[in-house]
Design a protein around this ligand. Structure first.
Ligand SMILES: [Zn+2]
Length: 272
Protein backbone atom coordinates (compact mmCIF):
# COMPACT_ATOMS: atom_id res chain seq x y z
CA UNK A 1 0.00 0.00 0.00
CA UNK A 2 1.02 3.57 -0.46
CA UNK A 3 2.26 5.61 2.44
CA UNK A 4 0.12 8.55 3.36
CA UNK A 5 1.23 11.85 4.80
CA UNK A 6 1.05 11.97 8.54
CA UNK A 7 -1.40 14.37 10.17
CA UNK A 8 1.40 15.73 12.36
CA UNK A 9 -0.49 18.77 13.62
CA UNK A 10 -3.15 16.69 15.35
CA UNK A 11 -0.80 14.17 16.81
CA UNK A 12 0.04 13.95 20.46
CA UNK A 13 2.45 11.51 21.94
CA UNK A 14 3.63 10.47 25.31
CA UNK A 15 6.87 8.79 26.21
CA UNK A 16 7.06 6.61 29.24
CA UNK A 17 8.14 8.63 32.25
CA UNK A 18 11.63 8.05 33.52
CA UNK A 19 13.00 8.05 37.02
CA UNK A 20 14.43 11.35 38.28
CA UNK A 21 12.97 14.77 38.71
CA UNK A 22 14.60 17.31 36.44
CA UNK A 23 12.22 20.04 35.32
CA UNK A 24 12.21 18.58 31.80
CA UNK A 25 11.13 15.25 33.22
CA UNK A 26 8.39 16.94 35.26
CA UNK A 27 7.15 18.59 32.08
CA UNK A 28 7.17 15.21 30.36
CA UNK A 29 5.20 13.62 33.16
CA UNK A 30 2.69 16.46 33.10
CA UNK A 31 2.40 16.18 29.33
CA UNK A 32 1.95 12.42 29.70
CA UNK A 33 -0.95 12.96 32.07
CA UNK A 34 -2.60 15.32 29.58
CA UNK A 35 -2.23 12.76 26.79
CA UNK A 36 -3.68 10.01 28.96
CA UNK A 37 -6.60 12.27 29.89
CA UNK A 38 -7.19 12.97 26.19
CA UNK A 39 -7.15 9.22 25.43
CA UNK A 40 -9.64 8.62 28.26
CA UNK A 41 -11.90 11.33 26.84
CA UNK A 42 -11.82 9.86 23.30
CA UNK A 43 -12.60 6.39 24.62
CA UNK A 44 -15.45 7.64 26.79
CA UNK A 45 -16.99 9.57 23.90
CA UNK A 46 -16.68 6.79 21.30
CA UNK A 47 -19.76 4.71 20.55
CA UNK A 48 -18.25 2.08 18.30
CA UNK A 49 -14.82 0.90 19.33
CA UNK A 50 -12.43 -1.42 17.54
CA UNK A 51 -9.37 -2.76 19.36
CA UNK A 52 -6.58 -4.14 17.19
CA UNK A 53 -3.80 -6.11 18.89
CA UNK A 54 -0.51 -7.68 17.88
CA UNK A 55 2.48 -9.52 19.34
CA UNK A 56 3.46 -6.71 21.75
CA UNK A 57 0.58 -7.41 24.12
CA UNK A 58 1.51 -11.11 24.27
CA UNK A 59 5.14 -10.30 24.84
CA UNK A 60 4.14 -8.52 28.06
CA UNK A 61 2.70 -11.87 29.19
CA UNK A 62 6.00 -13.59 28.47
CA UNK A 63 4.95 -15.30 25.25
CA UNK A 64 8.20 -15.70 23.35
CA UNK A 65 8.68 -14.53 19.81
CA UNK A 66 9.57 -17.64 17.84
CA UNK A 67 12.59 -16.50 15.98
CA UNK A 68 15.98 -18.00 16.58
CA UNK A 69 16.12 -18.12 20.38
CA UNK A 70 14.37 -21.34 21.27
CA UNK A 71 17.36 -23.63 21.64
CA UNK A 72 15.68 -26.84 20.62
CA UNK A 73 14.13 -25.26 17.55
CA UNK A 74 17.02 -22.97 16.74
CA UNK A 75 17.83 -24.58 13.45
CA UNK A 76 14.37 -23.97 12.00
CA UNK A 77 12.81 -20.69 11.00
CA UNK A 78 9.03 -20.26 11.33
CA UNK A 79 8.90 -20.10 7.54
CA UNK A 80 10.20 -23.68 7.45
CA UNK A 81 7.58 -25.01 9.86
CA UNK A 82 4.50 -22.82 9.59
CA UNK A 83 3.62 -23.64 6.00
CA UNK A 84 1.29 -26.13 4.27
CA UNK A 85 4.33 -27.52 2.45
CA UNK A 86 6.20 -28.23 5.72
CA UNK A 87 3.14 -29.94 7.14
CA UNK A 88 2.63 -32.13 4.07
CA UNK A 89 6.28 -33.11 4.13
CA UNK A 90 6.53 -33.86 7.85
CA UNK A 91 3.33 -33.47 9.89
CA UNK A 92 4.87 -35.00 12.98
CA UNK A 93 7.74 -32.45 13.07
CA UNK A 94 5.33 -29.55 12.62
CA UNK A 95 3.02 -30.90 15.34
CA UNK A 96 6.01 -31.31 17.67
CA UNK A 97 6.84 -27.63 17.19
CA UNK A 98 3.26 -26.51 17.78
CA UNK A 99 3.04 -28.63 20.95
CA UNK A 100 6.23 -27.02 22.20
CA UNK A 101 4.74 -23.59 21.53
CA UNK A 102 1.38 -24.54 23.07
CA UNK A 103 3.18 -25.61 26.26
CA UNK A 104 4.97 -22.26 26.54
CA UNK A 105 1.75 -20.34 25.92
CA UNK A 106 -0.22 -22.41 28.44
CA UNK A 107 2.28 -21.27 31.09
CA UNK A 108 1.78 -17.58 30.18
CA UNK A 109 -1.11 -15.61 31.69
CA UNK A 110 -3.21 -12.73 30.40
CA UNK A 111 -1.85 -9.38 31.66
CA UNK A 112 -3.66 -6.18 32.78
CA UNK A 113 -3.88 -5.02 29.14
CA UNK A 114 -5.91 -8.12 28.19
CA UNK A 115 -8.24 -7.52 31.13
CA UNK A 116 -8.63 -3.81 30.31
CA UNK A 117 -9.74 -4.75 26.79
CA UNK A 118 -12.23 -7.22 28.24
CA UNK A 119 -13.54 -4.43 30.49
CA UNK A 120 -13.97 -2.11 27.52
CA UNK A 121 -16.04 -4.80 25.80
CA UNK A 122 -18.38 -4.75 28.81
CA UNK A 123 -18.68 -0.95 28.80
CA UNK A 124 -19.35 -0.43 25.08
CA UNK A 125 -22.44 -1.71 23.28
CA UNK A 126 -20.67 -1.74 19.95
CA UNK A 127 -17.27 -3.30 20.31
CA UNK A 128 -14.95 -5.62 18.41
CA UNK A 129 -11.50 -6.95 19.19
CA UNK A 130 -9.48 -7.98 16.15
CA UNK A 131 -6.29 -9.75 17.15
CA UNK A 132 -3.37 -10.99 15.11
CA UNK A 133 -2.24 -13.18 17.99
CA UNK A 134 -2.84 -16.91 17.93
CA UNK A 135 -2.19 -17.50 21.64
CA UNK A 136 -5.82 -17.06 22.80
CA UNK A 137 -4.76 -14.94 25.80
CA UNK A 138 -7.67 -12.58 25.04
CA UNK A 139 -10.08 -15.51 25.25
CA UNK A 140 -8.53 -16.59 28.54
CA UNK A 141 -9.03 -13.02 29.81
CA UNK A 142 -12.74 -13.38 28.98
CA UNK A 143 -13.03 -11.52 25.65
CA UNK A 144 -16.08 -12.68 23.68
CA UNK A 145 -16.51 -10.16 20.87
CA UNK A 146 -13.28 -11.20 19.19
CA UNK A 147 -12.03 -12.18 15.76
CA UNK A 148 -8.74 -14.04 15.55
CA UNK A 149 -7.38 -12.92 12.21
CA UNK A 150 -4.50 -15.40 12.21
CA UNK A 151 -6.36 -18.26 13.89
CA UNK A 152 -5.93 -19.91 17.28
CA UNK A 153 -3.06 -22.22 18.18
CA UNK A 154 -5.24 -24.32 20.53
CA UNK A 155 -7.70 -25.27 17.80
CA UNK A 156 -7.03 -28.57 16.07
CA UNK A 157 -8.84 -28.83 12.75
CA UNK A 158 -9.46 -31.64 10.29
CA UNK A 159 -7.98 -30.87 6.89
CA UNK A 160 -10.71 -32.88 5.14
CA UNK A 161 -14.02 -32.15 6.85
CA UNK A 162 -12.92 -29.10 8.95
CA UNK A 163 -14.16 -30.69 12.19
CA UNK A 164 -12.52 -28.82 15.09
CA UNK A 165 -11.56 -29.54 18.65
CA UNK A 166 -10.24 -27.14 21.30
CA UNK A 167 -7.11 -28.18 23.18
CA UNK A 168 -6.63 -25.33 25.66
CA UNK A 169 -5.83 -27.65 28.56
CA UNK A 170 -3.84 -30.42 26.94
CA UNK A 171 -2.94 -31.98 23.61
CA UNK A 172 -4.39 -35.19 22.21
CA UNK A 173 -2.48 -38.40 22.82
CA UNK A 174 -1.83 -39.05 19.15
CA UNK A 175 1.40 -37.53 17.89
CA UNK A 176 -0.36 -36.49 14.71
CA UNK A 177 -4.06 -36.18 15.59
CA UNK A 178 -6.60 -37.85 13.29
CA UNK A 179 -10.20 -36.70 12.88
CA UNK A 180 -12.68 -38.83 14.80
CA UNK A 181 -15.38 -38.02 12.24
CA UNK A 182 -13.57 -38.93 9.03
CA UNK A 183 -10.07 -40.12 10.05
CA UNK A 184 -8.56 -37.20 8.12
CA UNK A 185 -5.30 -35.57 9.15
CA UNK A 186 -5.73 -32.73 11.67
CA UNK A 187 -3.68 -29.52 11.76
CA UNK A 188 -3.25 -26.54 14.08
CA UNK A 189 -5.96 -23.90 13.55
CA UNK A 190 -3.57 -21.11 12.64
CA UNK A 191 -2.97 -19.25 9.39
CA UNK A 192 0.27 -20.41 7.84
CA UNK A 193 2.63 -18.47 5.60
CA UNK A 194 1.16 -18.30 2.12
CA UNK A 195 -2.40 -18.96 3.30
CA UNK A 196 -5.24 -16.44 3.12
CA UNK A 197 -6.78 -15.07 6.32
CA UNK A 198 -10.12 -16.61 7.30
CA UNK A 199 -12.69 -14.82 5.11
CA UNK A 200 -15.37 -14.44 7.81
CA UNK A 201 -12.89 -12.91 10.30
CA UNK A 202 -11.58 -10.50 7.71
CA UNK A 203 -15.05 -9.47 6.52
CA UNK A 204 -16.36 -8.96 10.04
CA UNK A 205 -13.43 -6.81 11.16
CA UNK A 206 -13.31 -4.74 7.94
CA UNK A 207 -17.03 -4.03 8.06
CA UNK A 208 -16.78 -3.03 11.70
CA UNK A 209 -13.75 -0.79 11.04
CA UNK A 210 -15.62 1.20 8.40
CA UNK A 211 -18.22 2.27 10.96
CA UNK A 212 -16.04 2.54 14.08
CA UNK A 213 -15.42 5.99 15.52
CA UNK A 214 -12.31 4.84 17.36
CA UNK A 215 -9.62 2.19 16.99
CA UNK A 216 -7.19 1.41 19.78
CA UNK A 217 -4.07 -0.17 18.29
CA UNK A 218 -1.97 -2.18 20.74
CA UNK A 219 1.47 -3.72 20.30
CA UNK A 220 1.53 -4.25 16.57
CA UNK A 221 4.20 -3.31 14.06
CA UNK A 222 1.46 -2.55 11.54
CA UNK A 223 3.27 -4.17 8.65
CA UNK A 224 1.40 -7.47 8.23
CA UNK A 225 -1.30 -7.04 5.63
CA UNK A 226 -4.22 -7.27 5.11
CA UNK A 227 -4.80 -7.00 8.90
CA UNK A 228 -2.80 -3.75 9.07
CA UNK A 229 -5.39 -2.01 6.88
CA UNK A 230 -7.81 -1.95 9.82
CA UNK A 231 -6.64 1.29 11.53
CA UNK A 232 -6.47 3.04 8.14
CA UNK A 233 -10.05 2.01 7.36
CA UNK A 234 -11.21 3.57 10.63
CA UNK A 235 -9.29 6.75 9.87
CA UNK A 236 -10.56 6.95 6.28
CA UNK A 237 -14.14 6.85 7.51
CA UNK A 238 -13.61 9.66 10.00
CA UNK A 239 -12.63 7.72 13.13
CA UNK A 240 -9.68 8.31 15.46
CA UNK A 241 -6.62 6.19 16.20
CA UNK A 242 -5.12 5.73 19.65
CA UNK A 243 -1.91 3.71 19.59
CA UNK A 244 -0.22 2.13 22.62
CA UNK A 245 3.14 0.60 21.81
CA UNK A 246 6.64 0.40 23.28
CA UNK A 247 8.06 1.47 19.95
CA UNK A 248 6.91 3.46 16.97
CA UNK A 249 5.20 1.47 14.23
CA UNK A 250 4.01 1.96 10.66
CA UNK A 251 0.73 3.20 12.18
CA UNK A 252 2.29 5.83 14.50
CA UNK A 253 2.45 8.66 11.91
CA UNK A 254 -1.31 8.29 11.43
CA UNK A 255 -2.27 8.03 15.09
CA UNK A 256 -4.22 10.85 16.74
CA UNK A 257 -2.74 9.83 20.07
CA UNK A 258 0.43 7.77 20.46
CA UNK A 259 1.39 6.53 23.92
CA UNK A 260 4.87 5.02 24.01
CA UNK A 261 4.52 2.66 26.94
CA UNK A 262 3.73 -0.96 27.80
CA UNK A 263 0.03 -1.71 27.25
CA UNK A 264 -0.26 -3.35 30.66
CA UNK A 265 0.56 -0.02 32.29
CA UNK A 266 -1.50 2.25 30.06
CA UNK A 267 -4.69 0.43 29.05
CA UNK A 268 -6.05 0.02 32.59
CA UNK A 269 -5.56 3.80 33.03
CA UNK A 270 -7.31 4.90 29.84
CA UNK A 271 -10.20 2.42 29.85
CA UNK A 272 -13.18 2.98 32.12
ZN1 LIG B 1 -12.59 -34.89 9.46
Amino acid sequence: MERRKAPEDKRTSYKRKEKGSSSLQRVRILFGMVVIEEARRLIKKAEKVLVFTGAGISKESGVPVFRGKDGLWNKYSPEELATPHAFNRNPSLVWEWYRFRRDLIRRAKPNPAHYAIKKLEEIKNEFLLATQNVDALHIRAGSKKIVELHGNIFITRCMQCRYEIEEYERDSEEKVPMCKKCRGLMRPGVVWFGEPLPAHALRKSFEFAKKADLVIVVGTSGVVYPAAYLPFLVKQHGGKIIEVNVEESAITPHADIFIKSPAGEILPRIVG
